[in-house]
Design a protein around this ligand. Structure first.
Ligand SMILES: *[C@@H]1O[C@H](CO)[C@@H](O)[C@H](O)[C@H]1NC(C)=O
Ligand SMILES: *[C@@H]1O[C@H](CO)[C@@H](O)[C@H](O)[C@H]1NC(C)=O
Ligand SMILES: *[C@@H]1O[C@H](CO)[C@@H](O)[C@H](O)[C@H]1NC(C)=O
Ligand SMILES: *[C@@H]1O[C@H](CO)[C@@H](O)[C@H](O)[C@H]1NC(C)=O
Ligand SMILES: CC(=O)N[C@H]1CO[C@H](CO)[C@@H](O)[C@@H]1O
Length: 413
């Protein structure tokens, strides 16, 4: 009996609670006395809240609800608002918080995969899972759902701000956005200056977003780590990369020794085997952008000493005794930092050296600078919440088109 209903839930809900209690009391009075024993306890238990149901006719209010699920009650949603009352809920501010945002719901119904996803996450990890219910604003025609996205993102951002004010760390927040919800997550991350821990986009939506600017859609600046799993890029999904890593998994095949993760079309919209999802870290083993085998991944980052008024490209290679794997970091114009995921065939601890090469963009009318200066850092994935990146301990000067190699001393444990 972990929760007290009245302390935890919103006022509007309390009215409903009162009614419900009244009904229960009435029911108890009407029951024969032998059936009453043990039942009175239930009156103080919090009752499970479900998603709302909206009609697909237009003119909906947004009516956002936040439902909390914890390992104590993985199948029972608790209506929460981020105020002091949250301390009386199952919410544990020292744990990670996963916030799930669904997408467009043509018929205004609850997404059928929510429960499976929540339970799968809680089965694997002790975390706070918060499902955002915005079925009211997500229904009707797709463009009108899109119109509600900014307001929804503001509501979620405010909710997160209150969590932060209660002492929750920004890096412990992980947004999982499905379809249109992925761009909502991007906007939420943007409102938080890209300092939230992680955004996972499942099948980020394409319509109205493919040509949108990075501010309007999900992009790698929206969180410390942004990953996207595209399973529907030829239809409703977005075709362009939006994260530090983007998996385009059409035609992905099971690999020996690797977990089976995707089996397209399988589940509503996402095409993801939800019972595998909490082990999402394993997805790294399964799909590299380039090679059809299991690989390791590291997040590589280059931070310019000075922002530049043009795009900066740096080629990064990891070399081991027998392998060399390369990726290109792109730092957008007027930004300091570029991040990229580098897929390598041997564990990071077997990488002997890293080679950096600055690739200037010499245009017909303007020559790029002959060298750049900055800092290089690397972290093996998955990132854990302490998120320690190892950096080469000095400011590197990279002359144009020249390979500069450094030892990467990371011993195997
Ligand atoms: C919150 O989680 C931490 C870490 O698992 C645990 O030690 C602590 O007891 C939890 N607090 C509550 C109130 O459950
Ligand atoms: C989904 O994953 C679960 C857990 O590994 C597995 O038992 C199940 O067979 C998978 N379903 C499909 C359709 O691959
Ligand atoms: C790489 O080669 C060096 C020198 O031959 C050797 O000492 C080291 O053990 C090798 N490392 C691996 C991971 O095979
Ligand atoms: C996180 O990574 C650090 C450094 O790699 C390591 O010491 C720590 O044990 C890791 N924590 C968890 C929870 O995996
Ligand atoms: C709260 C809000 O802005 N809701 C809007 C969601 O989109 C529909 C369709 O455009 C509007 O009618 C709602 O007012």
């Amino acid at each position: 009996m972990p929760y007290m209903a009245s302390e935890c839930q919103r006022k509007g809900k309390m009215v409903e609670d009162q009614k419900r209690k009244l009904l229960m009391v009435l029911a108890l009075l009407l029951l024969p006395s032998s059936a009453q024993s043990g039942n009175t306890d239930r009156l103080t238990e919090h009752h499970c809240m479900d998603f709302q149901r909206a009609s697909f006719l237009g003119g909906r209010k947004l009516k956002v609800q936040f439902l909390l699920f914890t390992s104590l009650s993985p199948s029972c949603g608790e209506l929460i608002s981020a105020d002091d009352g949250i301390k009386n809920c199952g919410f544990n501010s020292s744990l990670e918080t996963k916030i799930i945002i669904h997408g467009f719901r043509a018929l205004g119904t609850k997404p059928s995969w929510i429960e499976g996803l929540v339970q799968a996450i809680l089965h694997t990890r002790q975390v706070n899972v918060i499902a955002v219910d915005w079925v009211y604003g997500s229904t009707g025609a797709y463009p009108s759902a899109v119109e509600n996205v900014t307001q929804l993102a503001l509501a979620i951002s405010q909710f997160i701000s209150k969590l932060l004010a209660l002492g929750v760390s920004g890096t412990s927040i992980h947004i999982i956005g499905v379809s249109l919800g992925a761009h909502v997550g991007g906007l939420v991350g943007h409102f938080h200056g890209g300092r939230l821990g992680r955004i996972t986009a499942l099948d980020p939506a394409g319509p109205k977003y493919t040509r949108a600017s990075p501010e309007e859609r999900l992009d790698p600046g929206d969180a410390l780590f942004v990953e996207a799993i595209h399973t529907d890029a030829d239809n409703f999904g977005i075709r362009i990369p939006v994260g530090h890593i983007d998996y385009f998994v059409n035609g992905g095949k099971d690999q020996p020794g690797c977990p089976r993760f995707i089996s397209a079309g399988l589940l509503e919209q996402a095409g993801v085997n939800m019972s595998r999802l909490p082990q999402e870290v394993k997805v790294f083993l399964m799909t590299s952008p380039s090679a059809p085998f299991c690989v390791y991944h590291s997040l590589v980052e280059f931070q310019l000493q000075k922002k530049r008024n043009r795009v900066t490209s740096i080629e990064i290679s990891f070399s081991s005794n027998s392998t060399k794997d390369t990726a290109k970091i792109t730092i957008p114009k007027d930004q300091e930092t570029g991040k990229r995921l580098l897929a390598h065939r041997v564990p990071l601890c077997q990488i002997n050296s890293v080679t950096l090469k600055y690739i200037p963009k010499n245009l017909f009318w303007s020559k790029d600078e002959p060298s750049i200066v900055g800092k290089f850092c690397v972290a093996p994935l998955p990132l854990n919440s302490s998120r320690t990146m190892s950096c080469l301990p000095w400011s590197l000067t990279l002359p144009s088109k020249t390979d500069i190699s450094y030892e990467l001393p990371t011993a195997c444990a």
